[in-house]
Structures are given as C-alpha cells and as structure tokens.
Design a protein around this ligand. Structure first.
Ligand code: ATP
Ligand code: MG
Length: 137
C-alpha cells in the first residue's frame, strides 16, 4: 500500500464541488486516511510550493492557493501516487483525458481543482507538512 497527498484547491471548494471530487476518489478505490479543511496563509502556500519558487507563475499560484480554504487529504491505495495523478488528469485541463477531475472541473491551467504528489519523495515531504501521524487512520 502506498500513500499520497491530495488537495482540493480553492476554485473547487468555492464552487461547492468538493463532494463530487471526493466521490470520484472513493469510487476509484482510494481509502481516505486523513482529511481536513484549512485556509493556507500566503507563506504556508509558498513553503508548500517552494520547488516552484523560480517559476514565473509562483506568486500567482501562491496567491490563488491562499485566497480561500482548501481540503487536504492523504489517500491510500496500491500505487496511490500514480493512480491519483491519473485520476486528476493533465495540469492543463485542455490536455486532460475525459473522465478526469481536471477535465470535468478545472477552470484553467492554474485553477485546476486538485493537487497530487508527483513522487514518493514529494509525498514524504507533503504529507507531514499538513498531517501528524496521529491524524492518519
Ligand atoms: P500539482 O503540483 O498542483 O499537483 P502539477 O504537478 O500537475 O500540479 P506543477 O507543474 O507541479 O503541476 O504545477 C503546480 C501548479 O502550478 C499547477 O497545478 C497549477 O495550479 C500551477 N501552474 C502550473 N503551470 C502553470 C502555468 N503555466 N501557469 C499558471 N499556473 C500554472
Ligand atoms: Mg506538481
């Protein structure tokens, strides 16, 4: 079993479609081992996305991620990291496969409704950024 870290981003929480996204996660066979709603500060968003700090979209991305609450989750499944990236679809919804979360729900390449860890090392940083071991059940 593998664990990955997921976010339902502000654009989706604002439009009251968190439940639709959570349904897709459960239907795909993920076990939700941790979940909470939080409102990131700008500096917390910057810390989370520090790998992108040199990218031109970094400031806009952190402003977006901190503008309203998000739902953060830890998902468990065999090959959870790759499976969750597949279910999310491509970063740009214009390139996302039908049936994926980003194809169905994302507004654009930035406001793309969900986040997922992209490798085991990333998940190992991202999960404890938000959750203590006691919160994962
Ligand atoms: P995430 O890390 O959020 O799961 P990702 O791994 O598909 O997404 P990254 O390249 O890590 O994509 O980019 C992180 C986030 O930055 C994207 O999900 C999106 O919100 C934003 N982003 C990426 N590329 C662009 C861009 N060209 N313009 C604006 N925002 C972007
Ligand atoms: Mg990424």
């Amino acid at each position: 079993m593998e664990r990955t870290f997921a976010i339902i981003k502000p654009d989706a929480v604002e439009r009251n479609i968190s439940g639709k996204i959570i349904s897709k996660i459960e239907e795909a066979g993920f076990k939700i081992v941790g979940m909470k709603k939080i409102h990131l500060s700008k500096s917390q968003a910057e810390g989370f996305y520090y790998v992108h700090k040199e990218r031109p979209f970094f400031n806009d991305l952190c402003t977006f991620m901190s503008r309203s609450p998000v739902i953060v989750m830890v998902l468990e499944k065999e090959n959870a990291i790759a499976a969750w990236r597949t279910l999310m679809g491509a970063t740009n919804p214009a390139n996302a496969e039908p049936g994926t979360i980003r194809k169905e729900f994302a507004k654009n390449i930035e406001e793309n409704s969900s986040h997922g860890s992209d490798a085991p090392e990333t998940a190992a940083f991202e999960i404890p950024y938000f959750f203590s071991a006691l919160e994962l059940v």
